[in-house]
Design a protein around this ligand. Structure first.
Ligand code: NAG
Ligand code: NAG
Length: 271
């Protein structure tokens, strides 16, 4: 279990801290010079002293780098850190930077033909619409996903827009790029999804593809579903210039796009 592995360094660290405290008391009792005792101070691997914040930030970063995969839950000790990150200015700045880079690419490298075949793919959850309000009430990634309860929440259509993504969405629209939404949400959520998107300012997309309960995609993994969709789009003549998604399963797999852009999301992993 990857989660258990992730916790190991922390258990070691706690032990190291107890040893450190004992040594400090020992030094104090002996009355030796403080300088000598500093040497005995708790040290992590490679002589680094790490805090819980360092540990959790490293975990988050390695999720984004796709070194940590297939996790079911955020490690216990990092749940409150992830909650803080997902509601922080840093999360917004990180996301805005992703959008900025997408727009730079769009402005400098895409040779748009404006013939109706230039296309861009978006994820929905945590790319256009935020599920953070749901996760805020459900343990910020610290609890195993309950799909029934998540879908109940989605069916209310109250997910707020990610404003920076709306900016890219509108930029693409104004440049005549076809917007294709590909989501792992199931087909039964279509009308709630459409209402939610429109209420939040997303309209004028060209295709909205969800996973159908009775089609072959329903049983496929998400990455397989999304690469199949791209294959079909390309065979219909679309040029997929870019993908914006928050999950690696949205941007990995073949065929790909000319460029892919990943938004941060340390809360869950969809394979
Ligand atoms: C999952 O959510 C549903 C709907 O809210 C609830 O009825 C069910 O008990 C939950 N399941 C678990 C395992 O928590
Ligand atoms: C990227 O765009 C060029 C056209 O500018 C195209 O020839 C090439 O196949 C594209 N690459 C991918 C991976 O889509």
């Amino acid at each position: 279990m990857p989660v258990v592995d992730c916790r190991l360094p922390f258990v070691r660290k706690r032990m190291a801290r107890s040893v450190g405290i004992l040594l400090a008391i020992f030094c104090f009792l002996l009355g030796s010079a403080a300088a000598d005792c500093n040497i005995l101070k708790e040290k992590g691997k490679d002589g680094l002293q790490i805090t819980l914040k360092n540990y959790c930030e490293a975990w988050r970063m390695n999720v984004e780098l796709h070194n940590i995969r297939d996790f079911d839950v955020v490690p216990d000790e990092c749940v409150s850190y992830m909650g803080k990150y997902m509601t922080s200015t840093q999360y917004r700045v990180d996301s805005e930077r992703t959008i900025h880079e997408s727009i730079v690419y769009l402005s400098t490298s895409c040779n748009l033909k404006k013939d109706g075949a230039d296309a861009w793919i978006f994820d929905i959850d945590d790319t256009l619409l935020s599920t953070v309000p749901y996760y805020k009430k459900n343990g910020f990634g610290g609890k195993k996903l309950n799909l029934t309860s998540l879908e109940e929440w989605m069916s209310k259509g109250k997910a707020p827009a990610l404003q920076h993504s709306l900016k890219l969405f509108n930029e693409l629209k104004s440049r005549g790029v076809r917007i294709i939404l590909v989501s792992s949400r199931m087909e039964h959520l279509r009308s709630a999804t459409v209402d939610n998107l429109v209420n939040e300012g997303f309209f004028g997309w060209n295709i909205l593809l969800l996973r159908g309960a009775d089609d072959a995609h329903a049983c496929k993994d998400i990455q397989g579903f999304k690469s199949d969709v791209r294959k079909q789009l390309i065979s219909k003549g679309y040029r997929i210039w870019g993908i914006l998604g928050d999950q690696w399963s949205s941007i990995e797999g073949l065929p790909s796009a000319n460029r892919t852009f990943k938004l941060p999301n340390p809360l869950y992993y969809s394979a």
